[in-house]
Design a protein around this ligand. Structure first.
Ligand code: FEO
Length: 397
């Protein structure tokens, strides 16, 4: 038996929590777990919106059976085909062989490819509608947020936007489902981290999707991960808007690698100069310890970015090269950039970091500092100057 969670008249939350998986997508740490959200609408017709990861199919299908009672399931609406949401579709179809699967043409290609399902499909396009009785649904396409088949389902009756991964966040749900019925302290940061890790490359498609919002009234946003947004809608929409425009807030991320502490000493000096210059938000990441998931979160969060790297076999330090690649992949825009590096006999790191900033079309702040072996008075002054210049820049733009 399950406690039925009715979030709006005839709309039930039937998602599950994953507090077991260590890495989302096999890549991103889940210190607070993650939820896979699914919603059931019981009206004259019944419709389920998205499913859950296959690891939780048994629990999920039990919830559906419980919530439906003696009703049949008429429709499964597939807003997103990534397997954390589509993983239970094949089993759902076995239990409810007559269910019509609602999606767009791109959905159906993936449905066949992943699960071999070709029959009982109900194709929708931009603006298509589905009448469940009291609830009238409308579909709008949101391609590349963050997969090509993504679409949103809008309940025009209760003004609920079922938004696939958009507005989603890491963090399992601890009992409550709606934002104003729970402590939401972890979610603002976890939402930025989720966005930076998963959606980050697709700022432009997210902006296109956001531009559709002002034309509809939204009382509730039901994403596929994290809380149902009701009281926090303005904040989460503003967060997605800011992140998808790559607009950083006032603060600086310092990313550095260090084998024997010399590059780290430069990082500490730059940070001290930033603080002396009035910057309060300084996120420091030693790549040997900080996971890239959390580094990317701060790169998306703050408008200043300073990277320091030892030269390693005439290249960037491997962990720095790795995070630089991840930032480039996400096409992060509009960062104020500074860099420093150290070497023993031949320096390459600063040259490569400078080239990286040029490739990203970022404005370089201050003078890059290249340190040979240990810290000298000149290197120290250079690091102070870099931190001071960045502090002035980010507080006056
Ligand atoms: Fe939560 Fe893109 O899947």
């Amino acid at each position: 038996m399950f406690l039925l969670n009715e979030i709006s008249e005839g709309v039930y939350y039937v998602g599950v929590n994953d507090r077991t998986k260590a890495l989302f997508e096999g890549l991103w740490p889940l210190p607070y777990g993650v939820s896979y959200n699914s919603y059931l609408i019981k009206d004259e017709k019944t419709a389920l919106i998205d499913t859950v990861d296959v690891c939780y199919s048994d629990l999920f299908l039990s919830k559906i059976a419980d919530a439906l009672g003696d009703r049949k399931l008429d429709y499964l609406i597939v807003n997103h085909m990534e397997p954390d949401h589509s993983g239970s579709i094949r089993m759902l179809r076995m239990l409810y062989p007559d269910v019509q699967i609602v999606g767009n043409s791109k959905t159906f290609g993936m449905l066949d490819g992943f699960y071999g399902l070709k029959e009982g499909l109900f194709e929708v396009k931009e603006g298509s509608t589905l009448d469940l009785g009291r609830h009238k649904l409308m579909f709008t396409m949101a391609p590349m947020v963050h997969w090509p088949e993504v679409m949103f389902t809008y309940d025009t009756t209760d003004k609920i936007l079922f938004s696939a991964d958009a507005f989603g966040t890491y963090g399992a749900l601890s009992g409550g489902v709606i934002d104003d019925e729970m402590n939401t302290d972890i979610f603002p940061e976890e939402m930025i981290r989720y966005y930076a890790n998963i959606v980050g490359k697709y700022g432009s498609p997210v902006q296109k999707a956001l531009q559709k919002l002002p034309s509809i009234e939204v009382k509730m946003i039901c994403s596929t991960h994290g809380p149902v947004w009701r009281s926090m809608i303005p904040e989460v929409v503003a967060t997605y808007d800011r992140l998808s425009r790559y607009e950083g807030t006032e603060g600086v991320t310092i990313i550095y690698g260090s084998m024997y502490g010399h590059t780290e000493q430069m990082a500490e000096t730059v940070a001290e100069a930033l603080a002396r210059g009035g910057v309060k938000n300084i996120a420091m990441h030693n790549t040997s310890k900080s996971h890239s998931s959390f580094i990317l979160k701060d790169v998306f969060k703050y408008k200043g970015l300073i990277i320091g790297s030892p030269t390693y076999s005439n290249q960037l330090y491997p962990d720095i090269a790795s995070i630089v690649d991840k930032i480039a992949l996400r096409e992060v825009k509009n960062r104020y950039f500074g860099c420093f590096g150290s070497f023993t006999w031949s320096g390459a790191a600063v040259k490569r970091l400078t080239a990286f900033a040029e490739q990203m079309k970022w404005e370089t702040v201050g003078t890059p500092i290249d340190q040979k072996q240990g810290m000298s008075a000149a290197t120290y002054e250079g690091c102070v100057a870099l931190g001071t210049a960045m502090a002035e820049k980010i507080q006056h733009v």
